[in-house]
Design a protein around this ligand. Structure first.
Ligand code: ACO
Length: 372
C-alpha cells in the first residue's frame, strides 16, 4: 500500500546542487565537499562565503581582496537610511531586513544577471549595517557610522551592536555561528529563493522572498522561540516539569527535530560547545543547565535531538544579542548560501512549477444565483 502523502515535499528530489550535502545516510553536512567540522575549525566566515560564491576556497590574495571589497560595500545609501528611520521601533528586525533588502533593490537594482555577484557581495556586506543602523536609531536615537575598519563581519556587527569591539572569543563564536548558518541545501528559504530565481526574476526579489520564508518558527525563527522557552525557567527541574506538560499537550518544542537529519544535526554539537564556553565565561550556569535539561527530556521522551537553532539561542544570548535579532543573524549569514543557489539556479534554469494532487469537488454544473 502507498504511504499517504503528508505533503511538505518530504523526500522529494526537487533539483540538483553542487553546493551542499545534508545528512547523506542520515548524518553529516558538507559545503562543496568540505565538512562543517573542518570549516568551523579552520575557516573564517569570509572564506566560507567566498567558497560559496566562487566554488573554491580563496588564495591569500583572493581572500584579502574579497575582505577589502566587503568593507567597501558596508555603507548604507542616504535614502535607505531615511527609510530605516521611518520604520516603527516596534518592527520585528526580520521585517526591517526584508524591507532593507527590497529597498536596496530599488536604489541599486541588479540590472543584469552579469552583476549578480556584485549584488550578492553588496548585500552580504550591507545587511549587518542595515540591521545595526535601524536598531541604534530606534533604541538610542543615534545615526551611527556603519563603515568601520574591521575585517570580519562578526567583529563589524558586534561592534556596531555594542559600541565597542568584541573579545576575540565573542568574535570567533559569532564567526562560527555564521559558518554554521551559511548553507543548507534545499531548505524552505533557499528553495523559495530558487523558485523566485527560476522565474528569471531579479536578485533582490529572490533574496527578499528567502527572508520571508526564513522568518517562520518552523524554520529560522526557531532560535528566537527556543530562547523564549529557555528564559521562562529559573532552574532545570521546573523546566522539566513544564516541558513534560507541554509534550502532554502535544506542543512542539522549538529547536528540536529536523526534516532531513534522523539522528543528530551536526551543527548542534558545534554550537553547543560554544554555548557551554560562553555560558561558563559569563557565569550563566542556569541558562546552560536549563538548556541541557530540555535536551535530555526531549531525547528521553521523544527521541528527538536539538537542531542548530537550540544551542544557538543560549550562545547568542551570552553574546548580548537581543532575542529578536537571532533570526536576523541567520539571514546575515544565509545570504551567502541563498546567493550561491540563485547563481546555480540561473546557470541551468528551468521554471520550478510542481504539480498538485487535486482533492476538490468533481466538475459540476454552474448554479444560478436562485439555485444556491
Ligand atoms: N517537538 C515536539 N514534537 C515534534 C517536534 C518538536 N520540535 N518536531 C516534530 N515533532 C513531532 C510532530 O508533532 C509529529 O508528531 P506526530 O506524527 O505524532 O504528529 C512528528 O514529530 C513529525 O513532525 P513533523 O512536523 O511532521 O516533521 P517535519 O519533518 O515536517 O518537521 C520540523 C520538521 C519542522 C523541523 C519539526 O521537527 C519542527 O517543527 N521542529 C520545531 C521547529 C524547529 O526547530 N525548526 C528549525 C528547523 S532547523 C532550521 O530551520 C535551521
Amino acid at each position: 500500500m502507498n504511504k499517504p502523502n503528508r505533503g511538505g515535499l518530504e523526500g522529494i528530489v526537487a533539483g540538483q546542487t553542487r553546493l551542499c550535502t545534508v545528512g547523506i545516510d542520515g548524518v553529516g553536512l558538507n559545503y562543496l565537499g568540505y565538512t562543517i567540522e573542518d570549516l568551523t575549525e579552520q575557516a573564517s566566515f569570509e572564506e566560507v562565503a567566498y567558497l560559496l560564491f566562487y566554488g573554491e576556497l580563496p588564495s591569500g590574495s583572493q581572500l584579502a581582496e574579497f575582505v577589502v571589497r566587503l568593507k567597501r560595500y558596508r555603507g548604507i545609501p542616504a535614502p535607505l537610511k531615511t527609510i530605516l528611520e521611518q520604520l516603527p521601533a516596534r518592527s520585528h528586525p526580520m521585517d526591517v531586513l526584508r524591507t532593507g533588502c527590497s529597498a536596496l533593490g530599488t536604489l541599486e537594482p541588479e540590472g543584469s544577471f552579469a552583476n549578480q555577484v556584485h549584488a550578492a557581495e553588496r548585500l552580504l556586506a550591507c545587511m549587518p549595517s542595515i540591521l545595526a543602523y535601524w536598531h541604534q536609531y530606534q533604541t538610542r536615537g543615534e545615526q551611527i557610522d556603519v563603515e568601520l575598519d574591521m575585517d570580519s563581519m562578526a567583529g563589524h556587527f558586534l561592534t556596531l551592536l555594542h559600541g565597542k569591539p568584541p573579545s576575540e572569543t565573542h568574535r570567533r563564536a559569532m564567526d562560527v555561528s555564521l559558518i554554521l548558518y551559511a548553507e543548507h541545501e534545499f531548505n524552505a528559504s533557499t528553495f523559495t529563493a530558487r523558485i523566485v530565481a527560476s522565474t528569471l526574476s531579479d536578485f533582490h526579489s529572490a533574496m527578499t522572498a528567502g527572508i520571508g520564508a526564513l522568518r517562520g518558527p518552523l524554520h529560522g525563527g526557531a532560535n528566537e522561540a527556543a530562547m523564549e522557552l529557555i528564559e521562562r525557567f529559573s532552574d532545570p527541574d521546573s523546566a522539566e516539569t513544564s516541558l513534560l506538560a507541554m509534550l502532554g499537550r502535544k506542543e512542539k518544542i522549538m529547536g528540536f527535530g529536523h526534516r532531513v537529519y534522523k539522528d543528530c544535526d551536526p551543527r548542534s554539537d558545534i554550537i553547543q560547545r560554544w554555548s557551554k564556553k560562553l555560558c561558563d565565561e559569563a557565569g550563566n550556569q542556569r541558562l546552560y543547565a536549563v538548556s541541557e535539561r530540555i535536551e535530555q527530556v526531549m531525547r528521553r521522551e521523544k527521541k528527538m535531538f536539538p537542531n542548530v537553532d537550540f544551542y544557538s539561542a543560549s550562545a547568542y544570548h551570552c553574546l548580548g544579542i537581543p532575542t529578536q535579532m537571532f533570526t536576523p543573524l541567520f539571514v546575515l549569514s544565509r545570504i551567502s548560501g541563498w546567493s550561491a543557489h540563485i547563481f546555480e539556479q540561473r546557470a541551468d534554469n528551468r521554471l520550478i512549477r510542481p504539480a498538485a494532487e487535486y482533492i476538490g469537488p468533481p466538475t459540476r454544473n454552474w448554479l444560478s444565483m436562485s439555485q444556491r
